[in-house]
Design a protein around this ligand. Structure first.
Ligand code: MN
Length: 290
């Protein structure tokens, strides 16, 4: 499957608490086999699955079993530790979307894991031409509010903008923002974003002036107050120190891969197949960044 990792990148580790952004597809399932990710662990973060096309089946170690389709949000809060699998279903010919992670602030990152399936609000926004629609999957935008649980000031939304259209989107001036362009070309204030670009907008702005060109635009808007804590991100874990990451890895390898305990930090996923072993730790000590 085609996957473009746009965050973290060379210049930037986070946008608000958004700390990871993979943009995948569009891939035809008959050609690529679709998405099939066997059970793997997470700590210290939330995963956000948002699709443009296709259907994915989620299972996790707190007992959730949930399909997700375009317009719906699967939000998993890993807290102290969870495991999950994600597999595209036979219902979908294509798979296309984004996989996002949100870093949990220190005071919330040791909490018990939980899972939410959310139907976020979709609003029409006035423009100088045809309609634009905004689906607010996290936080608040354009008077709409997502019921999804987050632990720091954050926004996440899908924007659909007709060709040749300009709109002004009021934003929280405390937030930094990033716009991932999935389709079309979009001018964001003074900057031009092409397909697959992540356009960064620093804090201190009260609106985004968005102008599409001669084709419709689909974009993901992410924002939040700049995340002040330094993170250690390694494999599927977020911690604060090298030793903590070693502890997470050891728990996964010992309890799940070696099959010693189903009651450990990560629990058990009801999945037909083996869990994914962790890679070896690097020879050097991991350092906190951000
Ligand atoms: Mn995952």
């Amino acid at each position: 499957m085609t996957v473009r990792r746009t965050l973290p990148n060379r210049e930037r580790m986070t946008i608000g608490a958004w700390c990871f952004l993979d943009h995948f597809g569009p891939n035809r399932i008959t050609e690529t086999g679709g998405m099939s990710v066997a059970p793997h662990p997470h700590t210290g973060l939330q995963t956000v699955s948002w699709l443009f096309n296709g259907e994915i089946e989620h299972r996790d170690s707190v007992g959730s079993h949930q399909l997700v389709a375009p317009g719906q949000l699967n939000l998993m809060t890993a807290g102290a530790g969870i495991a999950h699998s994600e597999v595209s279903t036979a219902q979908s010919d294509w798979v296309h979307g984004v996989q996002l992670w949100v870093a949990l602030p220190d005071e919330h990152r040791h909490a018990s894991p939980f899972f939410e399936h959310v139907l976020p609000p979709r609003v029409r926004v006035a423009t100088d031409g045809d309609d634009a629609t905004v689906t607010v999957f996290v936080g608040q935008l354009c008077g709409a509010s997502s019921p999804a649980t987050v632990f720091s000031p954050l926004v996440g939304a899908e924007l659909l903008i007709s060709a040749g259209t300009q709109l002004r989107l009021p934003i929280d001036a405390r937030f930094e923002h990033g716009l991932l362009i999935d389709r079309g070309t979009l001018q964001v204030n003074d900057e031009l974003g092409e397909k697959s670009d992540l356009v960064y907008v620093p804090p201190g702005q009260t609106e985004l002036v968005l102008s599409s060109a001669d084709e419709p635009v689909r974009a993901i808007l992410l924002g939040g107050t700049p995340f002040e804590e330094k993170l250690v991100m390694w494999w599927n874990f977020i911690g604060r120190t090298h030793d903590e990451i070693v502890e997470f890895r050891d728990a996964w390898q010992h309890d799940v891969i070696d099959g010693t305990s189903e009651q450990g930090r990560f629990g058990h996923v009801d999945f037909d197949g083996s869990a994914i072993p962790a890679p070896e730790m690097p020879k050097v000590r991991l350092r906190a960044r951000g």
